[in-house]
Design a protein around this ligand. Structure first.
Ligand code: NAD
Length: 477
């Protein structure tokens, strides 16, 4: 089979895209910036999920039987379809998630979806001969796992869906996606666009709550689960997947540390430090969430960060000038507010922010930088997942490394220095899946990404990402 079942439909408008996914009788989904209704979603039941899994199982053998070149071609067409729908997708994402259209936000996220689809199509995972001598000939091949379940969070709903889905499809699996209950429309819209070029039942999204996620992670018809979300949910998924011995990739929470060495030029690094921490208004798994700065440059780094922070407009995402938005939901707003208050109560200095407008219509928490805060303070020790950055002073590098490694999570970390070798030496001592030097949080479709400790296990992206959604098979003889 070489042709897809349907061809790319005409370029959708915002209204036509929304009409394709919204359910008039469904639950209201509200814009976190204004409280307005964005659309209505039909939350599905565990029975609906069972039907989707059964359909995915039925479709999987034919999908796996297609040639790899055929699947590559469909991923490339899916990327074209995302690009053709880029503006309405970005608008919906901005309205539902809250992130601005501009800056490293909604348009950037939709662009990343197309880029990851193309990069996944371009990545090869060849099998090969592992032993070939007079007695033995053994080859290693990568086969599809079968049906892959994908459960995602609300912070980068479209991009993370593509991260989970594209490699799985490439390797010949069919996929059932369970979006976050906070951002279902973004994922339904993306999947609607992707399925315009894919055969029926190869990719399905089932909106629903935790019980639907729990059913997916215990489902006997699902062979592998790719989960991105909090550590607590990841732990629940490990437990509920035990009976089926389901393979898992777990991309969990983080509380990334950055260490600034005394040789930096504070003004030169301030912009990159800022975006490392405040990308997506701080609602990013691998964002810089606690910054350790050497005492020699502490005041200058803080002052430079405050200057950058004050220049970054926050507001409704659809207003083109904004680069920071609201928290996506009230629960996250309350967490950020509680943690900043805890720091203030302990005597920390709020350099900027920390004073939300109680009458604001949306969940806006101002960009907040907190100095003179102790490492043990909850604002440092807990994942705040919002626009608040604690800056901790250190004067001994070993102490900084110990503080950076002192938590039970390890997604990303960064070291900032004008001496690359010195920075790399520190990087090697940090317990994190990725350590960036003079930047924080950048991801690339060919560079493996994943956490250590309670930030999870398994890798996404590149060749390692393809291996993660395949099963190795040895042919010996
Ligand atoms: P969450 O764990 O609350 O929810 C994530 C998803 O899990 C949702 O779709 C939810 O419905 C589902 N779910 C909830 N309970 C479940 C259960 N018992 N079984 C199966 N599914 C269940 O996470 P969130 O609040 O949406 O996302 C924020 C968290 O995600 C942060 O901790 C952040 O660091 C993390 N995150 C990690 C990465 C990464 O790549 N490591 C990326 C983005 C976000």
């Amino acid at each position: 089979m070489t042709t897809p079942v349907s061809s790319t439909s005409e370029t959708p408008t915002y209204d036509s895209l929304l009409a394709g996914i919204t359910d008039p009788g469904g639950r209201e989904v509200l814009d976190p910036a204004t409280g307005e209704v964005v659309g209505r979603v039909a939350d599905r039941s565990a029975d609906d999920l069972d039907r989707a899994v059964a359909a995915a199982r039925a479709a999987q053998p034919a999908w796996a039987a297609r040639s790899d070149a055929d699947r590559v071609g469909l991923l490339l067409r899916a990327a074209d379809a995302v690009e053709a729908a880029a503006e309405p997708l970005a608008e919906l994402l901005s309205r539902e998630q809250g992130k601005p259209l501009n800056g490293p936000n909604a348009r950037f996220e939709v662009g990343a979806c197309a880029a990851w689809l193309r990069a996944t199509a371009a990545t090869e995972l060849p099998g090969g001969t592992v032993v070939d001598d007079e007695d033995t000939h053994a080859e290693l091949h990568y086969r599809p796992v079968g049906v892959v379940g994908a459960i995602g969070p609300w912070n980068w709903p479209m991009m993370i869906t593509v991260w989970q889905v594209a490699p799985a499809l490439r390797m010949g699996n069919t996929v059932v996606v369970k979006p976050s209950e906070y951002t279902p429309l973004s994922v339904l819209a993306l999947v609607h666009v992707l399925t315009s070029v894919l055969p029926a039942d190869v990719l399905t999204a089932v909106a629903g709550g935790r019980e639907v996620g729990a059913r997916l992670s215990s489902h006997p018809g699902v062979d592998k689960l790719v989960f991105t979300g909090s550590t607590a949910t990841g732990q629940a998924i490990i437990r509920s997947s035990a009976d089926t011995v389901k393979r898992l990739t777990l991309e969990l929470g983080g509380n990334d540390a950055g260490i600034v060495l005394p040789d930096v030029d504070p003004r030169a690094i301030a912009q990159d430090l800022f975006w490392g921490a405040f990308i997506n208004t701080g609602q990013t798994c691998a964002a810089l969430k606690r910054l350790y700065v050497h005492t020699d440059v502490y005041d200058e780094v803080c002052a430079a960060l405050v200057e950058v922070a004050q220049a970054m407009p926050m507001g409704r995402g659809l207003d083109e000038q904004n680069v920071l938005g609201p928290l996506q939901n009230r629960a996250q707003y309350e967490i950020v507010a509680r943690l900043v208050d805890a720091a203030r109560d302990a005597g920390a200095k709020i350099l900027v922010g920390g004073d939300p407008d109680p009458d604001a219509a949306g969940h806006f928490y101002p960009t907040t930088i907190v100095a003179d805060v102790e490492d043990a303070n909850p604002l440092v020790a807990e994942e705040q997942f919002g626009p608040a950055l604690p800056v901790v002073r250190y004067d001994d590098l070993d102490q900084a490394v110990a503080m950076a490694n002192g938590l039970d999570v390890g997604l990303g970390a960064s070291v900032w220095s004008s001496d690359r070798d010195a920075a790399r030496a520190v990087a090697a001592r940090l317990e994190a899946g990725t350590v960036w030097i003079n930047s924080h949080g950048g991801v690339h479709p060919m560079i493996p990404f994943g956490g250590v400790k309670k930030s999870g296990y398994g890798l996404e992206f590149g060749v390692e990402g393809l291996k993660a959604v395949a099963v190795p098979q040895v042919i010996n003889g």
